[in-house]
Design a protein around this ligand. Structure first.
Ligand SMILES: C[S@@+](CC[C@H](N)C(=O)[O-])C[C@H]1O[C@@H](n2cnc3c(N)ncnc32)[C@H](O)[C@@H]1O
Length: 268
């Protein structure tokens, strides 16, 4: 299936359906909230590292595209750094959650809103060909690349939407180091069961298992057209896998999160 037109369509359709049917419930799971919090903290601490120009009066609005935006974790984290934020997601339910969050947070729709779609856009999606969806200072794709079939194709589609000097940031899972303590894991049976069930349920929406190492990302971004010199990769290993596995009345209060990375590359 990999690389074929049919394969791309199938995986995109499977994701649209899965996130439409189950997204709201998945985004509320405690381990997803824990993971989102870690990614959000890492992003907040990486604003300087990303190197996005600051907002200033008289200069062009600073623009963020949150691709595969889900309910908007990236956009809400970076809200203060941008004048205009647009989200794109293949799932209508994800887009609705994103726009609800923006509205509840009192952010004007002109500043922040999401639309249903994908990159490269299908021929009938004329909205994504308008100026509004180009010339971004930063494009972020968080925890979604592993759901995409033609990863280099999507990344090069995002490259085209950056302004010159703009930066793409990819956040995704990093390879696991397999240093699990099974004795403690067994205390967390409920979570293991949940995770096994969750993995089985999402398997058909995933194109890549096992995470992306530094060389995988360097290669992908190079193939998508980014200048190799601008590449950087920050690893956030799961430094305390056991501390969060402390049983609380027979169940695990917190589920240990997975290792992830933030990679960046700039457009010349
Ligand atoms: C795990 S969620 C991540 C959401 C968000 N970026 C975050 O970090 O919280 C994956 C999201 O990717 C979206 N998605 C999956 N495949 C996509 C595609 N080909 N194009 C756009 N969005 C896609 C799903 O609908 C879902 O909202």
């Amino acid at each position: 299936m990999e690389g074929t037109h049919q394969g791309k369509e199938d995986l995109a359709a499977a994701n649209r359906k899965f996130w439409n049917d189950h997204g709201r419930e998945v985004f509320k799971q405690q381990w997803v909230l824990d993971m989102s919090k870690k990614v959000s903290d890492a992003l907040s601490n990486s604003v300087q590292w990303m190197g996005v120009r600051g907002r200033s009066e008289g200069s062009a609005p600073v623009k963020l595209l949150d691709y595969a935006c889900g309910y908007g974790m990236v956009s809400s984290t970076l809200l203060g750094q941008f004048d205009i934020i647009r989200g794109i997601d293949i799932s209508e339910a994800s887009v609705a959650s994103y726009n609800e969050l923006a509205q509840k947070s009192g952010v004007p729709v002109e500043k922040m809103h999401a639309v249903q779609g994908s990159i490269p856009p299908p021929l009938d999606n004329t909205l994504l060909t308008t100026e509004e969806f180009f010339d971004f200072d930063l494009i972020a794709i968080s925890m979604a690349l592993h759901h995409i079939e033609d990863q280099a194709g999507v990344l090069s589609g995002l490259y085209e939407r950056l302004r010159s000097g703009g930066v793409l940031v990819v956040i995704d899972l990093a390879p696991e180091t397999h240093s699990h303590n099974h004795a403690q894991d067994s205390e967390c049976g409920d979570h293991d069961d949940y995770h096994t069930q969750h993995k089985a349920r999402v398997r058909h929406t995933i194109s890549r298992h096992g995470g992306y190492g530094i060389e995988d990302m360097r290669d992908l971004l190079y193939k998508a057209g980014f200048v190799p010199e601008s590449f950087d990769y920050q690893l956030y290993p799961n430094t305390s896998p056991h501390a969060s596995n402390i049983p609380d009345h027979g169940t695990c209060k917190n589920f240990s999160t997975k290792p992830f990375f933030i990679a960046k590359s700039a457009k010349e």
